[in-house]
Design a protein around this ligand. Structure first.
Ligand SMILES: Nc1ncnc2c1ncn2[C@@H]1O[C@H](COP(=O)(O)OP(=O)(O)OP(=O)(O)O)[C@@H](O)[C@H]1O
Ligand SMILES: [Mg+2]
Length: 327
C-alpha cells in the first residue's frame, strides 16, 4: 500500500448535504457526509453508481449542477478556510489553485475546438498570470510532468488527434498545473485499457510522492483503492456507511455492503472470483425510508434496521461503521 500521510489536516468536510430539487421530489444525493483529509494522504471514495460520489466531489468545488442542485448544509474547510461562505469570485481563485478535479469523462473536460496548448495555458494563465513564452514553456513543463512525449508538438494538437490515454494525461496535467493542495480524481481510468490505466495510476502516485498533494480518489474498484489509497470511505445512497484505513477495511470489513463489494473483487484461494454483484438495486434517492437504506438488500437485516438510521459506531481506532448489526 501507500506511504504514510503527514499529520496536517488539509480538508475537513462536516455533515455535507447536497440536494437536487426536481419536479419528482428532493433527491438527497449527498446526505450528511463527513470526512477529513491530511496532507499527502489518499482517500478512496467507493460505492455503486448513483451513490453520490461525483456530487460529493462537485460540492467540494462548489460546482453542483445548477439550477436543481444546491448545497443545503454542512461545512467544507480547506486549509482552514470555510468554502461554503466564499463568493463565486473567491471560489474561482480556490479552484485549480487549491483544489482541482479530474472529471469522470476526459472528453467532456477538453474542448474539441481548441488546441491542447490553449487549454493547458488557460488554467496556468488564470492562476499564475504567465504570458507569451513563459506561459508556453510552463505548459510544456506541465505536459512533461505527466510523461507526454514531444510536448511541443502536442501543445499544437487538437484533442481528437490524441489517444484516450494521452487525452487523460492532458486532463491530469491541467488539474495538476497549479500544484493544488487537493486533487480529486473521479474515476480517471474507466475509459482506459488496463495497461494504460496502470501507467496512469503509477504516474499519479509518483506525482503525489514528490509533492505534498492530497488525493481523493473516486472509484468502483477496490483493486485500485488497494494500490492508490491510505484510507477508504464507502458510500451508499448519499451517506458514508463505513470508513477506515485500507488495511482495516480489507482485513475487517464490517458493513454488509462493504463486505459484499469486497466479495465482488477478492480472489478465492488465489483464483479470481467469478464476477459477483449485489442482489437488487440501490434505492432511489428521493423518498428514502427512515431506516438503513441498505435494508432491502442486506443479508443481516433485522426489524430495527428498517425503523432508524444507525449511528456511527467505532470498530477500532479510525475505523467506524453505520450498521445496527455491527454493535
Ligand atoms: N443534475 C441532476 N439532477 C438531479 N439529480 C441528479 C443530478 N445529478 C446527479 N443527480 C443524482 O444524484 C445522485 C448521485 O449522483 P452521482 O453522480 O454523484 O453518482 P456517482 O456515485 O458519482 O455515480 P457513478 O459511479 O455512476 O459516477 C444520483 O442519484 C443522481 O441521479
Ligand atoms: Mg460519478
Amino acid at each position: 500500500m501507500k506511504q504514510m500521510a503527514d499529520d496536517r489536516l488539509v480538508l475537513e468536510v462536516d455533515d455535507l448535504k447536497t440536494y437536487f430539487f426536481t419536479r419528482w421530489g428532493v433527491v438527497k444525493a449527498v446526505d450528511g457526509v463527513s470526512f477529513s483529509l491530511r496532507q499527502k494522504e489518499s482517500l478512496g471514495l467507493v460505492g455503486e453508481s448513483g451513490c453520490g460520489k461525483s456530487v460529493t466531489a462537485l460540492s467540494l468545488l462548489r460546482l453542483v449542477p445548477q439550477p436543481a442542485g444546491r448545497i443545503v448544509g454542512g461545512k467544507i474547510r480547506l486549509l482552514g478556510e470555510e468554502l461554503l461562505s466564499k463568493s463565486e469570485r473567491e471560489m474561482r481563485k480556490v479552484r485549480g489553485r487549491l483544489i482541482s478535479m479530474i472529471l469522470q469523462d476526459p472528453m467532456t473536460s477538453l474542448n474539441p475546438v481548441f488546441r491542447i496548448g490553449f487549454q493547458v495555458g488557460e488554467a496556468i494563465q488564470m492562476h499564475q498570470g504567465l504570458r507569451g513564452k513563459s506561459l508556453w514553456d510552463k505548459a510544456k513543463e506541465v505536459l512533461r510532468l505527466v510523461n507526454i512525449p514531444a510536448p511541443e508538438a502536442r501543445l499544437r494538437s487538437y484533442p481528437h488527434e490524441m489517444s484516450g490515454g494521452m487525452r487523460q494525461r492532458v486532463v491530469g496535467a491541467i488539474a495538476l498545473s497549479c500544484q493544488p493542495a487537493v486533487l480529486i480524481a473521479d474515476e480517471p481510468t474507466t475509459s482506459l485499457d488496463v495497461t494504460i490505466q496502470a501507467q496512469y495510476l503509477k504516474l499519479l502516485r509518483d506525482i503525489q510522492r514528490e509533492s505534498s498533494m492530497s488525493l481523493i480518489f473516486i472509484t468502483h474498484d477496490f483493486g485500485i483503492v488497494a494500490q492508490m489509497c491510505d484510507r477508504v470511505a464507502v458510500m451508499y445512497a448519499g451517506k458514508i456507511v463505513e470508513r477506515g484505513s485500507v488495511l482495516e477495511i480489507f482485513d475487517c470489513p464490517t458493513h454488509p455492503y462493504t463486505q459484499a463489494l469486497l466479495a465482488a473483487v477478492l480472489p478465492v484461494e488465489g483464483r479470481p472470483k467469478r464476477l459477483f454483484s449485489i442482489e437488487g438495486q440501490p434505492p432511489s434517492l428521493h423518498d428514502l425510508p427512515p431506516g438503513c437504506p441498505f435494508y432491502e438488500r442486506c443479508i443481516r437485516r433485522r426489524d430495527r434496521c428498517r425503523e432508524n438510521y444507525p449511528a456511527e459506531v467505532e470498530v477500532s481506532p479510525g475505523h467506524s461503521v453505520n450498521c445496527w448489526e455491527a454493535v
